[in-house]
Design a protein around this ligand. Structure first.
Ligand code: ADP
Length: 484
C-alpha cells in the first residue's frame, strides 16, 4: 500500500515512531535489523534482475513501454507527495501503490517490479536518503510489485471479473509483502514481536488500503477500456490528496492550539497562585503579629501590588475572551498622543526601581491619532510592562514620531531579544518564549496577542525588531486623525 515510505523507515510522525535505519553507523538496533535487511535487499535485487531480463527478452511494444512510463510517472509523483491520512500515526501514505499494482495487473509482474523499484529509487535518491535505506526500500517495492503481478497472473485478466478480482488480489499481495517486511524490520530493530508490529500496522493502514484497493480496481478497469479514459481519475485523485492534506494541516493546527491551551491553563493556575500566596502570607502576618509601622506598610504594599497583578491577569483573560467572541468594541476618536503617552510613562515610572528609567522622546507636536484612547493606553501599558519585565536591567525608551499619514509609537529595551524565527509567533495567543531565554519571567502569552488584536481593530499595524542578546523594539502605527 505504498507505505514503505511512511512506516518506520521514513516516518514523519510525533517522534516516537522515528526510526533511523542507517546501516552505515551500525548502531545496535541497525545490527539487529541486518538479518532482515540483507536477505530482503538481495531478494529485491534478484527480482529486479529477473524482471529486467524478462522485459528485455519479451516482445514489448511501444504502447506497453509508454503505458508503463505513464504509470511510473504517476507512482513517482504520488510517492514524492505522500498524503497524510488522519489517524495513521506513522505519518503519511503514498498513493503510489495504486499505480504499481495497476502496472502489475495490466502489464504483469516484471513491469510492476521495475515500476516499483524505479519509483522508490527516484524518490529516495531525490531525498538524499542513506544508500542502505534506499536499497532496502527499493527492494521492498520490487518484491511487493512482483508479488502483486504473480497474484494477478493467477486469475488472468481476460474478463471484467478477472480484472476486478486480479486487481483486488494484487493489491492484497502488495500490501501483505510491503507491510509484512516493514513490520519484520521494525520488530527486529525494536526487539519486539513481528506479529505485534504487523497487527499494529494493519490496524493503522487497513482503511487507507481499502480505499487504494478500490481506486486500483477503478483505474485498471478504465485502463482496460482505454488508457486515455483512465485520465479522468487524475481529477478525483488530485482533489482527494489535496483535500486530505488540507484537513490534516487544519487538524494539526487545532492540535497545536489545544496543546497551547493546556499549557496556558497550567501557566494561568501558576500565575494566579503566586500572587494569591503572597497576599495570603501578608494578610496572615498582618493579622497575627504586633508590627511596627514600616513592616506593616511593606506588607500592605505587597497586598496591593499582588492584587493589582491578579486584577491585570484577570483583565487580560477577559479582554481575550471579549476579543475572540467579537464583543470588544473600539470607539475611534481623535486622541492627543502626547498627553496619553506621558500619562502612561509617568504611571509606569511610579513603580520603577531607582536604578531603572524610562525615557520618553517625541516629535515636537505629534498630530492627533484616530484611536480608541483606552485601547491605545492598554497597548502602550502592555509593551512598556514587557520591556521592563523582560529587559530586566537596562533602561526603556518610548518614542512617538509621525511617518507620512501615520503616527509610530515604539518601545525599546535592552533585554534578551527574541529569536528571529519567533518574532512573528510571539503575537499569537498563548505563545511564550522558552523560559530560559526570559530568565523564567512569569506571563500568560496573552499580552502581545491583545496588543495585535487591538491595533488591528484600530486600523494600525504592530511588529517587533529584535536582535537576540541586544534588545527589542516593539512598534505600532496608527492612522493620523482626519483633518489634521
Ligand atoms: P507574557 O509576557 O504574559 O508571557 P506576551 O504576549 O506579552 O505574554 O509576550 C509573549 C512572549 O514574548 C513572552 O512570554 C516573552 O517570552 C516574549 N516577549 C515579549 N516581550 C518581550 C521583550 N520585550 N523582550 C523579550 N521577550 C519578550
Amino acid at each position: 500500500m505504498g507505505t514503505s515510505d511512511q512506516i518506520p523507515l521514513h516516518a514523519r510522525p510525533d517522534g516516537q515512531g522515528r526510526l533511523r535505519l542507517q546501516l552505515d553507523s551500525l548502531r545496535p538496533e541497525t545490527r539487529r535489523a541486518l538479518p532482515v535487511v540483507i536477505p530482503v535487499t538481495v531478494a529485491g535485487a534478484v527480482a529486479l534482475v529477473a524482471a529486467v531480463v524478462s522485459l528485455v527478452t519479451g516482445d514489448l511494444g511501444w504502447d506497453e513501454v509508454a503505458g508503463m512510463a505513464v504509470l511510473l510517472a504517476a507512482a513517482t509523483l504520488a510517492e514524492a507527495f505522500p498524503v497524510p491520512i488522519e489517524g495513521v500515526a506513522v505519518g503519511s501514505t503514498s498513493l503510489a501503490t495504486i499505480f504499481i499494482v495497476s502496472a502489475a495487473v495490466i502489464y504483469g509482474a516484471p513491469a510492476a517490479a521495475v515500476v516499483g523499484f524505479l519509483t522508490m529509487t527516484l524518490v529516495e535518491v531525490g531525498r538524499r536518503r542513506p544508500p542502505s535505506r534506499v536499497m532496502f526500500n527499493c527492494a521492498v517495492y520490487a518484491l511487493a510489485g512482483t508479488a502483486a503481478g504473480a497474484a494477478a497472473g493467477v486469475v488472468g485478466s481476460d474478463s471484467l471479473g478477472g480484472l476486478v478480482v486480479g486487481a483486488i488480489l494484487a493489491g492484497i499481495s502488495f500490501y501483505v509483502v510491503d507491510i509484512g517486511l516493514l513490520a519484520l524490520v521494525v520488530s527486529r530493530t525494536r526487539d519486539a514481536s513481528p506479529l505485534v508490529s504487523m497487527r499494529k500496522y494493519v490496524v493503522l493502514t487497513a482503511v487507507p488500503f481499502a480505499l487504494m484497493a478500490s481506486l486500483t480496481v477503478i483505474l485498471v478497469v478504465l485502463w482496460d477500456r482505454s488508457p486515455y479514459v483512465a485520465v479522468v481519475l487524475v481529477g478525483p485523485l488530485l482533489v482527494t490528496a489535496l483535500y486530505q492534506r488540507w484537513i490534516h494541516r487544519s487538524l494539526e493546527r487545532l492540535r497545536q492550539f489545544d496543546r497551547l491551551k493546556d499549557e496556558f491553563i497550567a501557566v494561568v493556575s501558576h500565575e494566579l497562585r503566586t500572587p494569591l500566596t503572597s497576599v495570603y502570607g501578608a494578610a496572615m502576618t498582618l493579622g497575627r503579629h504586633e508590627l511596627d509601622e514600616e513592616r506593616r506598610n511593606a506588607l500592605l504594599r505587597i497586598v496591593s501590588t499582588e492584587s493589582e497583578r491578579l486584577a491585570r491577569l484577570l483583565d487580560d483573560i477577559l479582554t481575550v475572551s471579549r476579543l475572540d467572541s467579537g464583543r470588544s468594541e473600539v470607539a475611534i476618536a481623535p486622541v492627543e498622543p502626547l498627553e496619553l503617552v506621558s500619562d502612561v510613562v509617568d504611571s509606569a515610572r511610579e513603580h520603577l526601581p531607582s536604578e531603572r528609567s524610562i525615557e520618553l522622546s517625541t516629535a515636537p507636536a505629534p498630530p492627533p491619532v484616530a484611536a480608541d484612547p483606552d485601547k491605545l493606553r492598554q497597548v502602550l501599558v502592555n509593551l512598556i510592562d514587557n520591556a521592563l519585565k523582560y529587559g530586566s536591567e537596562g533602561n526603556v525608551e518610548v518614542r512617538v514620531e509621525p511617518h507620512d499619514d501615520v503616527l509610530r509609537f515604539s518601545v525599546t529595551d535592552a533585554g534578551p531579544g527574541i529569536p528571529y524565527n519567533e518574532q512573528m509567533q510571539i503575537f499569537e495567543k498563548f505563545h511564550r518564549l522558552d523560559p530560559n531565554m526570559t530568565r523564567g519571567k512569569g506571563g500568560t502569552g496573552l499580552g502581545l496577542y491583545i496588543c495585535r488584536e487591538l491595533v488591528d481593530r484600530m486600523d494600525g499595524r504592530i511588529w517587533v525588531d529584535s536582535e537576540p542578546g541586544v534588545g527589542s523594539t516593539f512598534s505600532f502605527e496608527l492612522p493620523v486623525a482626519d483633518g489634521t
